[in-house]
Design a protein around this ligand. Structure first.
Ligand code: PGA
Length: 253
């Protein structure tokens, strides 16, 4: 079913103590103040997953996500973290293909396809990120760029698998820059993404897929974005590091 999701992406921020404090602030606010039926996810660094999962699992109001995983199951991959390790912490989501991973760690579409398979076979929910850089947007090629990202990493999935995937559209020029896509620009891309998914998986799966917007989303612009017909929530970086701001986005529907 198409769900409304607001997911925080803490990136490489917060020591363990700071992260636990932030997570408990969010959990308490969600318990007391959440107005709608939005699913709230905290995307923490690996070291927080276990303890934040324990903290949120007592409430079931908030879910926990890793920010990446290895495409390998186990073995000699120093520094990597497997999907079964993530699963053993109680986390239920995994962000995949964030533009920072693609850019700084050279992640390819092929690797992401393998990571998706691992996440799905463990029964976890992938939040698959896509989005174009500024030069592609300026050349007007954003739709074909993003559709290729989807084709390359997702189009080998079965319909049943695709039904478990959440997409996050994050124009790279809007990430952490304070430059949000206008609600019109975002809606246009979300609609194009849904149409592209339909060409492979059919209308029913495309209609049911949650597509989140990411890129300088904040309490002041979230409502305008989230009320667009093809936008089903957000992947929030900077504003997820402050519980009050994050709550403002959660309640923006
Ligand atoms: P931002 O980051 O909200 O700080 O722009 C979004 C993201 O990278 O997921």
């Amino acid at each position: 079913m198409r769900k409304k999701i607001v997911a925080g992406n803490w990136k490489m921020n917060n020591t363990l103590d700071e992260g636990l404090k932030l997570a408990s602030e969010v959990v308490n606010m969600v318990k007391d103040e959440r107005k709608g039926d939005v699913i709230v996810v905290l995307g923490t660094p690996f070291i927080h997953l276990s303890q934040v999962s324990k903290l949120v699992n007592s409430t079931k109001d908030v879910y926990v996500s890793a920010q990446d995983c290895s495409q390998h199951e186990s073995g000699a991959y120093t520094g990597e973290v497997s999907v079964s390790m993530i699963q053993s912490t109680g986390a239920e989501f995994v962000i995949l293909g964030h533009s920072e991973r693609r850019e700084y760690h050279g992640e390819t579409s092929e690797q992401l396809a393998e990571k998706l398979d691992k996440v799905l076979s463990a029964g976890l929910t992938p939040i698959f990120c896509c989005g174009e850089p500024l030069d592609v947007r300026e050349a007007g090629n954003q739709e074909s760029f993003v559709c290729s990202q989807l084709t390359e990493s997702l189009f080998h999935l079965t319909k049943e698998q695709m039904a478990q995937v959440v997409i996050a559209y994050e124009p790279i020029w809007a990430i952490g820059t304070g430059k949000t896509a206008t609600s019109g620009q975002a809606q246009e891309m979300h609609k194009a993404i849904r149409k592209h998914l339909a060409t492979k998986f059919g209308d029913a799966i495309a209609t049911e897929t949650s597509i989140l917007y990411g890129g300088s989303c904040k309490p002041s612009n979230a409502n305008e974005l989230f009320t667009q017909p093809d936008i089903d929530g957000g992947l929030i970086g900077g504003a997820s590091l402050n519980a009050r701001d994050f709550m403002g986005i959660i309640n923006a529907y």
